[in-house]
Write a protein that binds this ligand. Structure first.
Ligand code: HEM
Length: 454
């Protein structure tokens, strides 16, 4: 399974400076952790007027002890019930009898008791609390921050007259980190060096989250690196921002209108019950969930969208001007995620015996693979050309994004942040961060055909 979504970091590396960097022993440790967060070879993209960006920041590691007994094993995949049709997958997502089964194995030290792994009432309460971070006003703020961060990044990278190669997922991730910083309430989103270091810290964390799907790595070493990065993040970013918020809180005097995670956590910790629940470690883990969630799926997806669009325009040149149209870019994004979902599977555990509408029997205690990639290509739902990419695809009777953002209680909390609302839905003017990135890059005519490795 690994090969399908963890390409080698070397693939597609055609920039000599970066190739040398890839080979360098000094960096190899970080690189080996980088494999699951990259979308190479689609990731290498020629961006006009953007200079090559060597990764010159090192992660300073400290010896970190981990309790490997916390890193559990998932049952063997071939012992799980594999759901592949759209209807089965959706039914399992929304079923109250099927609880979160993923993110609780080798990546547990990172995901323990975070929103992603809670169920039932604790999940409901946590979700209600954190949903405030993604209300319309907040999303408008993130949209402004992203525009300005992308602008600043591109300006820093070179003049309009140059044609140089840089890596689209890295560019996207760097810009999106400014949004993550704002969601969290970090204090230095304008400082590019600080954000670059944050990006490097976030990479081993994103890799640690994927540990359950990595077969040829030493899980203990990957987790150790992730936890070291987490400790550095806590020390350098999270606690200074938290302490600063606390010390200036009196000044806000209830007038602070900006929601961010640090504010939510600080307020929660005002009561004894809140302090008992929100230990220092949990505060950091919950924050890291958002640090990686805002950046990872989106920076991975953007290369796929650009690649599909690029191929599409060869045969449909009349659509080229639609890159200025947010609705078109949103459809292109959804269509891309349908074929390249995050994961691409989600895991659930049945806590009760049940029977799906398709007649499939589910025994209590069994694990299920919700195959969102297969569900996204279900011909009965998406038509006979379900395996092809068509940004004008119309699927009657479905939410346009189907199951690419999951479903039921654990539906992606960042859905609206990422792709905004369709123009027909509400008076929501934010296009979503992924759609915004595509739009603003195309407006500058940056994305051109990705360079492929031979
Ligand atoms: C391309 C963009 C994205 C995709 C495809 C995606 C996909 C998903 C999927 C499939 C799930 C469900 C996981 C499960 O059921 O086990 C999920 C959950 C989640 N996503 Fe996203 N996501 C994206 C962007 C984001 C963003 C931008 C955020 C930032 C807020 C985010 C935060 C989360 C969180 C916190 C959860 C857990 C929700 C819960 O358990 O209640 N995601 N995402």
């Amino acid at each position: 399974m690994k090969d399908s979504f963890c390409p080698s970091p070397q693939a597609g590396t055609n920039d000599p400076e970066r190739s040398a960097w890839f080979r360098s022993e000094k960096r190899s440790r970080v690189l080996s952790l980088d494999t699951c967060t990259r979308t190479l070879p689609l990731g290498m993209i020629r961006l006009r007027a953007v200079s090559s960006l060597p990764f010159a920041v090192e992660i300073v590691t400290e010896p970190h002890q981990i309790d490997e007994s916390e890193m559990r094993e998932l049952p063997p995949l071939d012992s799980m019930i594999h759901l592949k049709t759209y209807d089965d997958v959706l039914e399992a997502f929304v079923s109250p009898d099927m609880l979160q089964g993923g993110h609780k194995a080798k990546s547990w030290p990172l995901s323990k008791d975070t929103l992603l792994t809670l169920d039932g009432e604790p999940h409901f309460n946590r979700r209600r609390l954190e949903s405030t971070l993604f209300r319309k006003k907040a999303r408008e703020r993130y949209d402004r921050i992203l525009q300005s961060a992308l602008n600043q990044r591109l300006t820093n990278l070179g003049s309009q007259s140059e044609v140089i190669v840089t890596d689209l997922p890295v560019l996207a991730r760097s810009a999106l980190l400014h949004v993550a910083a704002s969601v969290i309430g970090l204090k230095s989103p304008d400082d590019i060096d600080s954000m670059d270091r944050l990006r490097l810290l976030s990479e081993p964390l994103a890799t640690g989250n994927n540990l359950d799907w990595m077969s040829d790595v030493d899980p203990g070493a990957v987790m150790r690196d992730a936890l070291e990065a987490q400790a550095s993040f806590a020390r350098e970013y999270f606690w200074p921002a938290y302490d600063e918020y606390q010390s200036t809180r009196a000044e806000h005097n209830g007038k602070d209108k900006e929601f961010h995670l640090i504010r939510l956590l600080a307020e929660e910790r005002e009561t004894a019950a809140g302090r008992e629940l929100w230990t220092d470690d949990l505060c950091v883990r919950e924050t890291v969930l958002y640090l990686t969630a805002v950046t990872t799926s989106q920076s991975r997806a953007i290369s796929h969208v650009v690649d599909h669009l690029d191929r599409w325009f060869v045969d449909h040149p009349q659509d080229r001007d639609l890159v200025a149209d947010f609705d078109f870019l949103r459809s292109a994004t959804i269509e891309t995620l349908r074929l390249h979902p995050r994961g691409p599977v989600q895991i659930r555990k049945a806590v009760k015996e049940s029977k799906l509408k398709s007649g499939r029997e589910i025994a209590e205690g069994s694990y299920l693979i919700l195959d969102t990639r297969a569900a996204g290509q279900d011909g009965l739902v998406f038509g006979p050309d379900a395996d092809s990419w068509n940004p004008h695809r119309v699927v009657e009777g479905l939410r346009p994004y189907g199951v690419v953002f999951g479903g039921g209680a654990h539906t992606c909390i960042g859905l609206g942040l990422s792709i905004g609302a369709a123009s027909s839905e509400a008076s929501d003017s934010t296009p979503g961060t992924l759609v915004r990135l595509l739009h603003d890059l195309y407006q500058r005519e940056y994305p051109t055909r990705p360079q492929r490795s031979t």
